[in-house]
Design a protein around this ligand. Structure first.
Ligand code: PCA
Length: 325
């Protein structure tokens, strides 16, 4: 009789166990538009994690800085207010120059080179993040960066005194060196900044101009192909450590796929959004020769400055990249 009661208790626990072990739910704040390819990719990643972990890990993506603003996301994940997040890597360049490896003008200007540069930089960035209680999952580039304006630009002199929206140390420095006036604005607030005259020009991809319908305020997009900055997805180290080994392996596998699919989404989004800008009345064109030359000069200065600030580790990234081409 006693034995039977014991068996019944064991059976009851065995049945109860899967119910007691509720699925883990993680919030994932991201800074960019719901329809943007990075966000679409993050949502596909979350869906795939759910499938790969049999529903044991559920990730909820919060777009457009709705849970935490772009500039709050890293801190929120470091402190465990959110378990996972996505952010523009070069937005942390003010913290450590190494985070700006992807914003060195004219170093890597194609998707192919962007990938090689990432391969060269990844171990350094991964270690840097780990020191900050963050586990790197994947990173995806933005399309090449060009200049938006509401007038024709023929040389850097035409940018003198223009209010220029920046999104990082590098973009603010580029503004300074061309005589423009930098003002830091998150992509989520870009339309408003243009509408109110806080900004009248900026550097970004065709993607962000498209996402923010900048044709309502601006007229020109000059394809400069200055660099391809990256977004990265990262997890709070304590949240990561709380996952069992099998779940960690599943998430890493899915992250690898997300890095791959995100890359191709970026490639695809490039022409599609440039066409979108033109279809909505903007002049989309390559930079005129003098403007290009002026930017190249600015680029030389910025490269020297970055190499000096990023030290031996920075130089090693650039050397590894150059050797891989
Ligand atoms: N879009 C982001 C960063 C780079 C890009 O293409 C932005 O403008 O904020």
């Amino acid at each position: 009789m006693k034995k039977l009661a014991y068996a019944a208790t064991v059976a009851a626990f065995a049945l109860a166990a899967p119910l007691a072990q509720a699925a883990e739910k993680w919030d994932m704040p991201v800074a960019y538009a719901d329809s943007n390819f990075h966000t679409e990719n993050a949502k596909a990643f979350a869906e795939a994690v759910k499938t790969a972990t049999n529903g044991e890990l559920e990730i909820v993506v919060h777009a457009s800085g709705s849970l935490f603003k772009g500039n709050e996301i890293k801190r929120a994940v470091q402190t465990g207010q959110a378990q996972i997040g996505e952010r523009l890597l070069s937005a942390h360049q003010n913290e450590n120059a190494l985070f700006g490896f992807d914003s060195i003008p004219f170093l890597a200007t194609s998707f192919e080179d962007s990938l090689k540069l990432w391969e060269a930089a990844k171990p350094t960035i991964e270690a840097l993040l780990l020191e900050q209680n963050l586990v790197l999952l994947y990173a995806v580039p933005w399309p090449p960066q060009g200049i938006y304006a509401k007038k024709e630009l023929n040389s850097a002199a035409d940018m003198e005194g223009v209010k220029f929206r920046s999104y990082s140390t590098a973009t603010a420095r580029l503004a300074e060196l061309t005589g423009a006036l930098p003002v830091q604005v998150e992509a989520a607030e870009l339309s408003q900044a243009l509408a109110t005259g806080v900004a009248e020009s900026f550097i970004s991809s065709g993607a962000t101009g498209y996402d923010r319908k900048v044709w309502e305020h601006l007229t020109h997009f000059y394809q400069v192909d200055a660099w391809l900055p990256r977004n990265y997805v990262f997890v709070n180290k304590d949240a990561w450590d709380s996952l069992d080994e099998a779940t960690q392996a599943a998430v890493m596998g899915v992250a690898e796929m997300a890095e791959y699919s995100g890359f191709w989404r970026a490639v695809q989004y490039t022409d599609w959004t440039l066409k979108g800008l033109a279809d909505n009345g903007m002049i989309v064109t390559s930079a005129p020769p003098q403007l290009k030359m002026d930017f190249e000069k600015v680029g030389v200065t910025m490269t020297e400055e970055w190499l000096a600030a990023a030290g031996d580790e920075g130089k090693a990234i650039v050397t590894t990249f150059r050797e891989s081409r």
